[in-house]
Every structure is written in structure tokens, then in C-alpha cells.
Design a protein around this ligand. Structure first.
Ligand SMILES: [Zn+2]
Length: 406
């Protein structure tokens, strides 16, 4: 009898894995669903489906949750994904704070912990703080690492996700730090990493404002400004991982000096930091605005919130906000004219702390500048995940690995 080639067994196992992921994906997106329906959608034979469901049930991924309509014979058993079968760990690393969370298989955050990053105490301390937070989360939910499918993490700064490398982060003061390897070494989970703007875009794409679209651009308007494009479920990185540096397109010639070394970048005139600095300068010069006092102790997003509130009552403040909105609206128009997305998602504290004020100005200005403006179907919307966008996006890096058809 001829010997079975070794790699044939491996291929069969691989095929079973791919088919299992496919079946699990179909159940996840269509729960509750019958075996016959799964067979129809996946085009796998009923016998194959029976075997795969057996494995999924044994591993607690799938459970029976009722009966469907009878088409003459017995009523079919309906199957649903058990969202608590496994968990995903997600972490966002910002220079002031690390957030670590556990999410179930449907993207719901079960619990999160925030700890100071303590960047000033060095790289090792940052990762120790992460491990402490991650351990405390597992303890709180009585879970073990074997319950966790993997870790998805995002970092602020210029990021090479192929290499898992934080290339440059002024806020961390880090250059070329192999964060994926360091996280893997420090916690032992299968690890995926991405820049924070791209993680936000992925979060909104899979679980937020972009759920029903194929391609979109997400623009983050915070103390800095960045953008990320998602096409068919994947973030576009550019040839050298530098895609999306929209904050550094020139908005005014010979304008203020930017942290990147150039002058007049969009960030220097239209970011949250720029707005706050501008209002502060005006206050220091003795200008008075109705109801506006900027307390030094407040974090940036709350200072911005106070400015947006004052803009409702004071023409002078409103004028400054409108000017920023014009710069941002032009940038959004440039993005749309260049890349023709279905949807532009606006996110970041500038958007979320300003109610509808800033997003309305941005949309109005952008639409005026669009080529063939009246006939353009592009939607411009606020993100729906708020502060959780990066965290959920980081988790989606793990889901994408586990549910390849996400
Ligand atoms: Zn710049």
C-alpha cells in the first residue's frame, strides 16, 4: 500500500481549520442558524458541516439555542455562537495612560483597566505596567491565558505594523522600538499591533460607523490630526507605512512651526492643541470671552469642551472655532477628492466634545469643495465608538486572525 504523503495530513488539517473558521464566521453573523442553512451558505456538504459543528460544540464555541420553522419534517435545531467561549485582550498605549480590556467574541468590552504608562521611568516600566493591568483583568474575570485568543495593541506614533515597530513617537520619546516582540515576550499571547489612528479606523469600520461600508477613511481630530483608510477590511499602510499623515499637509504658507519641523502644517492651525493655544493667547492678551476660563489643571479634551461651550454664547470664540472648522473641512474635501471613499468618519475629542458644532462646519465646507459636489454620495459622519474606537480596533486585529472572513 502506498504511504500517505506527510503533507497531505497537514493539508487536511489546514483545510479543516479554514472550514471551521468559515462555519464559525457564518454562525457568528447569522445566529441563530440551522445546519442546513450553514451548508447552503458555505457550500460545504451536510456531512462536513455535521463534523465541524461537533468540533465547535465540543470546544464550547457553538450551542443549540432553539428550533427553526419546519419545512415539512422535524423542526431544525438552531445554532448560535457562544460569545463567551473565548476572549480577546486589547490594549491602547498612550504616553500618559495604558488601557487594557477583555472583549468577548462579539466585540463587547467585558471589563477594562487603566494604568499610568510612566513613560518617564523607561521602556521596561511601561511594559511592566501593562502586564500588571493585564493580570489584574484576568484575575477579576477569573480567566486564564488559555481562554484568550490573542492580544491586539495600539500605540500612538508613527508605526510600522508589518515589522511591529513603533518607528517614532515624540510623546513616548521612543524610536524604533519592536513593541510587538516586547509584548509577546512580556505576556506570551499571540500578538498583533497597529498605530492608534489605524486602530481607530478599524474599530469604526468593523464595529462602528463603518459597519455597512466597503471602504472608508477615518480622520482623528485630537491634539494631533491623523487619518487612516480601510479598504475591504484592511487598513492601507502605504509603501513605507507613512500613509495618513494628513496633519502634516500644509494648511497655511509660512505658518507656525510644527513638531515635525516644517511650518504651517494642518496640526499647527486646526488641532485641539492649536485651538487651546490660540484661545489662551487671546486670554493672556486681555481679550474677554463670555463664560470662558481655561483652568490649567484640566486635561486637553475638557479645555476644548469649555471652548466649544463658550462658542455657543460668544461670537469671538465661535469665530475661532469656525476658522478651525474651515481648515478641517478643506482637508476632508482634499481626502475625498483624492480617494473617493464611501464614508468619512470624523472622530477624536475635537469632534466628540463639540456636539454637532464642529462636524457641521466641517461637512458644510467640505461639500462646497467637492468636485461634482451636488452628485457626490459620500457620507461624512461622526464616529460612534468615541474613546473606545482604538481599543475595539486593536481587538479587531485578533478577530481578523480568528474570523478571517470578518
Ligand atoms: Zn507637521
Amino acid at each position: 500500500m502506498p504511504k500517505k504523503p506527510k503533507n497531505r495530513t497537514a493539508n487536511l488539517q489546514l483545510m479543516q481549520n479554514l472550514n471551521i473558521n468559515l462555519v464559525l464566521d457564518v454562525i457568528r453573523n447569522n445566529s441563530p442558524i440551522s445546519q442546513a442553512e450553514i451548508s447552503r451558505v458555505t457550500r460545504l456538504s451536510p456531512g462536513t458541516i455535521t463534523n465541524l459543528i461537533k468540533i465547535l460544540k465540543k470546544n464550547n464555541f457553538v450551542r443549540e439555542t432553539g428550533f427553526g420553522q419546519s419545512s415539512g419534517g422535524r423542526r431544525p435545531v438552531l445554532l448560535s455562537l457562544n460569545p463567551e467561549a473565548r476572549y480577546v485582550m486589547a490594549a491602547t498605549f498612550f504616553a500618559d495612560e495604558i488601557t487594557v480590556a477583555l472583549l468577548n467574541l462579539l466585540g463587547d468590552i467585558k471589563k477594562e483597566v487603566k494604568v499610568a504608562a510612566e513613560v518617564e521611568k523607561g521602556e521596561t516600566r511601561v511594559f511592566e505596567n501593562f502586564v500588571r493591568a493585564a493580570d489584574s483583568l484576568l484575575d477579576a474575570l477569573h480567566l486564564d491565558k488559555k481562554n484568550i485568543l490573542g492580544l491586539g495593541a495600539s500605540f500612538e506614533g508613527i508605526f510600522d505594523s508589518g515589522e511591529g515597530m513603533l518607528i517614532l513617537s515624540n510623546r513616548f520619546g521612543w524610536r524604533n522600538v519592536p513593541v510587538r516582540d516586547l509584548l509577546k515576550k512580556s505576556y506570551g499571547l499571540k500578538t498583533f499591533v497597529e498605530g492608534d489612528g489605524r486602530a481607530m479606523a478599524l474599530g469604526e469600520y468593523h464595529y462602528g460607523a463603518g459597519k455597512a461600508v466597503t471602504n472608508m477613511v477615518c480622520i482623528d481630530m485630537d491634539s494631533g490630526i491623523g487619518s487612516a483608510a480601510v479598504l475591504n477590511g484592511s487598513v492601507y499602510h502605504g509603501a513605507f507605512s507613512m500613509e495618513g499623515e494628513i496633519g502634516h499637509i500644509q494648511a497655511v504658507s509660512d505658518g507656525p512651526k510644527c513638531r515635525c519641523g516644517k511650518r504651517g502644517c494642518l496640526e499647527t492651525v486646526a488641532s485641539g492643541s492649536a485651538l487651546i493655544a490660540r484661545v489662551r493667547r487671546a486670554l493672556e492678551n486681555g481679550e474677554k470671552f463670555k463664560g470662558l476660563h481655561l483652568k490649567n489643571s484640566l486635561p486637553e479634551h475638557l479645555l476644548a469642551k469649555a471652548i466649544f461651550q463658550a462658542a455657543q454664547e460668544d461670537e469671538g470664540v465661535l469665530g475661532m472655532v469656525e476658522e478651525i472648522g474651515c481648515h478641517l473641512g478643506l482637508a476632508v474635501a482634499n481626502v475625498i477628492n483624492y480617494s473617493d471613499p464611501e464614508l468619512v468618519v470624523l472622530t477624536g475629542y475635537m469632534i466628540h466634545e463639540s456636539g454637532e458644532l464642529l462636524s457641521n462646519i466641517i461637512e458644510e465646507v467640505a461639500r462646497e469643495q467637492l468636485v461634482a459636489g451636488a452628485s457626490r454620495k459620500v457620507r461624512i459622519e461622526k464616529g460612534v465608538l468615541g474613546d473606545n474606537a482604538a481599543l475595539i480596533g486593536a481587538a479587531s486585529l485578533v478577530y481578523q486572525d480568528f474570523f478571517p472572513y470578518l
